[in-house]
Design a protein around this ligand. Structure first.
Ligand code: DHK
Length: 147
């Protein structure tokens, strides 16, 4: 049985749909999960989709991924810009990592232009809203080992 792709979401992404919809859109996190599940099924991938508002929990999930996942798709929310702990966990995971942001972080405030996650990521998808998760799965399907 192939290992799932972990799709991990950080702080405030549980608020999707109501949080600044002009920036993040009107889809909820459940909508994102459903779309990701649909695309994963088309690609023959399984996913494990999670969200947390807590840095330590996210780091724990990344550590868990090392043995349990075939790859990590990560929208770390604000932790993208602050967390060396998340970067260190990703580096230790030794898995393909794809960084996702709903918004185009480079069109926004300068403090969003730097990402610690990027240093451990194979690539970055940002600015395509919810579709970014599907694009990340398309890319992951070509990266992740089959077994
Ligand atoms: C989500 C967040 O919560 C922000 O802190 C990031 C990212 C951008 C997104 O666009 O998905 O700066």
């Amino acid at each position: 049985m192939a290992k799932p792709v972990f799709i991990l979401n950080g702080p405030n992404l549980n608020m999707l749909g109501t949080r600044e919809p002009e920036i993040y859109g009107r889809d909820t996190l459940d909508d994102v999960r459903a779309r990701a599940q649909g695309r994963a099924s088309q690609l023959g991938l399984s996913i494990d989709f999670r969200q947390t508002n807590h840095e330590g929990e996210l780091i724990g999930w990344i550590q868990e991924a090392r043995g349990a996942a075939s790859g990590i798709i990560l929208n770390a929310g604000s932790l993208t810009h602050t967390s060396i702990g998340v970067l260190d966990a990703l580096s230790a995971a030794e898995l393909p990592v794809i960084e996702v942001h709903l918004s185009n972080i480079f069109r926004r405030e300068s403090f969003r232009h730097h990402s610690y996650v990027s240093a451990a990521a194979k690539g970055v998808i940002c600015g395509f809203g919810v579709q970014g998760y599907e694009l990340a799965l398309d890319a992951m399907a070509k990266l992740a080992p089959v077994s």
